[in-house]
Design a protein around this ligand. Structure first.
Ligand SMILES: [Zn+2]
Ligand SMILES: [Zn+2]
Length: 133
């Protein structure tokens, strides 16, 4: 009698534990998914970020569309006009504070992102493998 009662009750306890874990994990996934969707709506996800490289110090940083908008509103973007070229946007570099942020280049060999060098005459090449555009 004792055995026949204790066996199902212990398996029931295990079921309750498993059920609790499933609910906890499911809730975490739901929460993560909700967060992800919420950030996507503001286009502020790492996926939506574009790499920029500072032509002054070589610092590479990612800027999401939401950050780009914030930078534009707070004076963090300047339009630079170079002789013989059309004006281009330069973002304020978070490392050196100069307006050197230009769209970064991505190496087709190893995926390394690096500063395009802009009009500074600096040699443009991948810091990892030496690939040059
Ligand atoms: Zn910089
Ligand atoms: Zn490379």
């Amino acid at each position: 009698m004792n055995d026949s009662v204790s066996a199902p009750s212990s398996s029931k306890a295990t079921l309750v534990k498993v059920g609790f874990i499933v609910i906890a994990v499911g809730g975490a996934i739901y929460f993560a998914g909700f967060r992800g969707r919420n950030e996507y709506a503001q286009l502020d996800t790492p996926d939506s970020a574009e790499p920029y490289g500072c032509v002054e110090c070589g610092h590479v940083f990612n800027v999401t569309p939401a950050e780009f908008e914030r930078l534009g509103k707070s004076g963090g973007i300047q339009s630079v006009r170079e002789e013989g070229r059309r004006g281009r946007m330069r973002l304020r570099c978070p490392q050196c504070g100069k307006f050197g942020g230009a769209p970064a280049l991505r190496c087709p060999n190893d995926g390394t992102t690096f500063a395009s060098g802009g009009g500074t005459g600096r040699p443009i090449k991948c810091p990892k493998c030496g690939w040059s555009p």
